[in-house]
Design a protein around this ligand. Structure first.
Ligand code: NAD
Length: 239
């Protein structure tokens, strides 16, 4: 089954690694012309340096894509960081801010910049990568209050943007992964056995499995999805 992305122009933030990189491959395999926006670049023409905490750098990337392709049809906002594992009472406010800056403000900055040409064209699709950590679970024994706050904010943001932009042709939806094997989750190898045990399907997810859900939400098969959250967690939240 394809997501119907033939010829669509799509950007993926955080596309240099993990879930974002798997999205790049899946969307390209589905016929999309994909641009990677990340703080690390490969030097290839479709690999653009953009820091989601810096609105000007994201705007430059949008301009580059629109100038090169004449339009942009889709966005996947996958850039994210975990932040330090530290008790909330000891956490530097600067560290809290840094996580919010990428994981929540960065999603807003990116969605805003890409929505402008999409709204002008009257069509587009956006998928924000949230997390089951947004409003379903707390990642104990880790202490990552900033990460939870940001992901909870993404859920509210997606619903707000979907409501504003849906009537104008731009669908905004969210994919919330459970534990997935990527460099981000590799920061906590000591928790992997517990995560597997607590997941109904008994394993971590793969970036490719998450990318399949993103491909669905971005494509015409999800034409009636607006502000939806697709939870792909192997059943973790059921336990
Ligand atoms: N891996 C998991 O278990 C898991 C679970 C739930 C949600 N998520 C979410 O999935 C998304 C992708 O995570 P991942 O596991 O693939 O992590 P990852 O570390 O493999 O990839 C994150 C990417 O984001 C990029 N990035 C970081 N800060 C950036 C910035 N300021 N501007 C642009 N790019 C930036 C990094 O360079 C990297 O390429 C994140 O939003 C994460 O919170 C991951």
């Amino acid at each position: 089954m394809t997501g119907g992305l033939d010829g669509r122009v799509v950007a993926v933030t955080g596309g240099a690694s993990g879930i974002g990189a798997a999205c790049v491959d899946a969307l390209a395999a589905d016929g999309a012309k994909v641009y990677v926006l990340d703080v690390t670049t490969t030097g290839e023409p479709w690999s653009l340096r953009a820091d989601v905490t810096d609105p000007a750098s994201v705007a430059r990337a949008v301009d580059h894509i629109v100038n090169a392709e004449g339009r942009v049809d889709g966005l996947v906002a996958s850039a994210g960081v975990r932040g330090p594992d530290r008790g909330a009472e000891e956490l530097d406010v600067a560290d809290f801010d840094a996580v919010l800056d990428v994981n929540l403000r960065g999603v807003f900055v990116t969605c805003q910049a890409f929505a402008r040409p999409m709204l002008a064209a009257g069509r587009g699709a956006i998928v924000a990568i949230g997390s089951m950590s947004g409003n379903h679970i707390i990642n104990t024994p880790m202490r990552i209050a900033g990460y939870h706050a940001a992901k909870g904010g993404v859920r509210a943001l997606v619903r707000a943007l979907a409501t504003e932009w849906g009537p104008r042709g731009v669908r905004v939806n969210q994919l919330s992964p459970g534990y997935v094997a990527t460099p981000l989750s590799d920061a906590d190898p000591e928790h992997h056995d517990a995560w597997r045990d607590a997941t109904v399907l008994g394993r971590l997810g793969t970036p490719e499995e998450i990318a399949a859900g993103v491909r669905f939400l971005l494509g015409d098969g999800a034409a009636f999805c607006c502000g939806a959250e697709l939870l792909m967690d192997g059943g973790y939240v059921l336990r």
